[in-house]
Design a protein around this ligand. Sequence first.
Ligand SMILES: [Zn+2]
Length: 430
Amino acid sequence: MDKKHIAFMGYNEGICTFLKGDIAIAAFMMDDGRRLWKPGDILKTEKIFRDSADYLEKEAGKRGIDLHIDTKFISVKVASLQSAASADDKREWKDSAMNFVGAESINEFVSKKKDEWKASQVAVIFLFPFEGRPYSMAASVGTLKEEYAVLYRADIHSVCHELLHLFGAMDFYFPESVKNAAMCLGSSIMREADSMVIDPLTEYIIGWRAGITREGEEFLKATCRISQEQIFKARRDEMKNGYGSKKYPDGTYTGSLKNGIPFGSGVFRHKKGDVYDGEWRDGKYDGFGIYRSQKGFVYKGGMKNGRFHGRGELLYSNGCRYIGEFQNGVKSGAGRMEYEGGTVYEGQMTDDKCGPTGKCMYANGTVYIGGWKDSRPQGSGVMEYENGVRDDGEWESGVFVSGIRTYPGGREEIIEKELSAGRRKKVQRA
Ligand SMILES: [Zn+2]
């Protein structure tokens, strides 16, 4: 093992070395009086940490490793968290937090707590009650290496991922050279936002495996020329720009980021199962995209400001299909609607409904051309029925109210508005 290799930057060193034995997590719940943890948030976060610990303990157990993780939540009130989610964060909140718990530094806090909590190692995690991108830091303070992770509205993947970082694991999703080389390791929690697999090289780094596997060697060989400086630089860039993953309360984004916000192309996986794969701008769907809903519909087409917009195609699970224009999330403009039974409407759409003008070819052969409102004939229009009868005149909510009715053979009948109800009965007999 070459200590200079980027994969071993954190191997067996710092506050946290190998992920085994009795581990305590010091979870600092950061609060500045304005940004608060709601009671529900705290319960949810506690459950996420418990589930994360259970997951890692179980995974360790499968490999014959004894692991027990205990999380201690510490509520911390500091003056301001203002900069904590931004790129220019000076981490003043960190010193304030240590001040709050009466410690000089993270390392001093950890060595005090180790005895009190009877833990062989203490992992430090700061939690913030707002949106941001999780990360882990390992910084040299004097002769000691200070380590901690930062999480915003935690979920199991990010708790496990960041915790593994504290125990030496490296990211496999950037830069591109590392990402490609890590393909040989298979699925990995350190590579994909939706994987919980602890790959064989990560297993080795965190002390769960005695030797490096063939795949691990392959990765090490492929990345041996990449320097730590290159990784640090790529990480700094990647944190704000470029490819990355970002968690939201309703799902996970993986794709390109600009200043930490989805921008360019990327995939959003909603927790409920919906998936958007396409272009983004300022954190919203914008450009071309494909939206697959858990409910069964699939949209392909233009997006703007997070909504269907421009030209698109909407395919429903029942077989209905719409091809045409959208505006701010609704069918609006010229379009073609194909219904499940075979009826086809072609014309203008307004607020998801057919109208004000269009042509409809009903499945039974009847054709209507003319005015529409709320998906029904309205205004002037001509209906040619499958039986040869033709109604040319005025329509109200789909009913022929006045005009000329022509029968096959040429006989004409004038329909007047006030008589229309009676006349309609006559038509049915005809
Ligand atoms: Zn990471």
